[in-house]
Design a protein around this ligand. Structure first.
Ligand SMILES: Nc1ncnc2c1ncn2[C@@H]1O[C@H](COP(=O)(O)OP(=O)(O)OP(=O)(O)O)[C@@H](O)[C@H]1O
Ligand SMILES: [Mg+2]
Length: 272
């Protein structure tokens, strides 16, 4: 039986899709049979980040509406065995995503996969609630700023009350904090919340910290999840995150401010 992990946030644009793609890729690279599902009906970003947008024929809504089978809609990743993508539809009709339809798709997938990763849309409305409803675990993506932390807190409220696990009185959804776009220099200057503040406000298990990194933009432009860029700080930070999701105890990296030396200030040496 697969574990269902929702990647969620409340606030938009904090790095959910980047993280869902990077985490799913990392899990598959560790030999776990993984499918990553785009729940962002209407926007459809995941296939771009995964680099398979030209191969999309059918999508999640087609499957839910019985117009295609799961095997017709799922796209096999061209780089990693064991990794599949189920794209979102570009339809404007958000109601096409029905609870029964989602349940049926997830029930089928959990029988065949080790991990089902759900990329949630922003907000706390229906789409986001459906993406989290069946989850066993949640990765709550948060940027080091007040509005993002506040919206993550609202999501934690929903995870504790509006999920299948909550409604059926089962063990609660396992919540993990993933801090993304962390810039130690700006944190040090007091422009952004620091790690300890965020942890104190949300008080859930920290699963990873992804630094602000040019490698993320480069990766998304190339349609290659940043996990593949093992020379980059962000790529390494996602690998650490996946190891922790698999239960390993890995020390935190990339959170400390290192003052630039005179040489690097003169000759550049920007973050990769
Ligand atoms: N660690 C990072 N360093 C630099 N840029 C990043 C990082 N993570 C994400 N980004 C950038 O932030 C933007 C938003 O990322 P992404 O699309 O993953 O967010 P999202 O939460 O899925 O957005 P939405 O709520 O619209 O679905 C993108 O331009 C992405 O390249
Ligand atoms: Mg997204």
């Amino acid at each position: 039986m697969a574990k269902i992990i929702v990647v969620t946030s409340g606030k938009g644009g904090v790095g959910k899709t980047t993280s869902a793609a990077a985490i799913a890729t990392g899990l598959a690279l560790r030999g776990k049979k993984t499918v990553v599902i785009d729940f962002d009906v209407g926007l459809r970003n995941l296939d771009l980040i995964m680099g398979c947008e030209r191969r999309v024929v059918y999508d999640l809504i087609n499957v839910i509406q019985g117009e295609a089978g799961l095997n017709q809609a799922m796209i096999r990743d061209k780089r990693v065995d064991n990794l599949h993508i189920l794209p979102a539809s570009q339809t404007r009709d958000k109601d096409a995503l029905s609870a029964e339809g989602v349940e049926k798709v997830l029930d089928t997938l959990t029988k065949d996969f080790d991990y089902v990763v759900c990329d949630s849309p922003a907000g706390i409305e229906r789409g986001a609630q459906l993406a989290m409803y069946y989850a066993d675990e949640a990765v709550v993506v948060t940027n080091p700023e007040v509005s993002s932390v506040r919206d993550s807190d609202r999501i934690l409220g929903l995870l504790g009350s509006k999920t299948r696990r909550a409604e059926q009185g089962q063990d609660p959804v396992k919540e993990h904090l993933l801090i993304t776009r962390y810039d130690p220099e700006r944190v040090n200057h007091g422009d952004m919340l620091n790690l300890e503040d965020i942890q104190e406000i949300l008080s859930i298990n920290l699963i990873g910290l992804i630094p602000e990194s040019e490698a993320v933009l480069r990766a998304s432009n190339q349609g290659v999840p940043v996990t593949h860029d093992q020379k980059s700080d962000a790529g390494q930070a996602y690998v650490d995150t996946v190891s922790r999701l698999l239960g390993e105890d890995i020390p935190l990296r990339f959170h400390e401010y290192q003052k630039k030396s005179l040489l690097s200030r003169v000759f550049g040496g920007g973050r990769r």
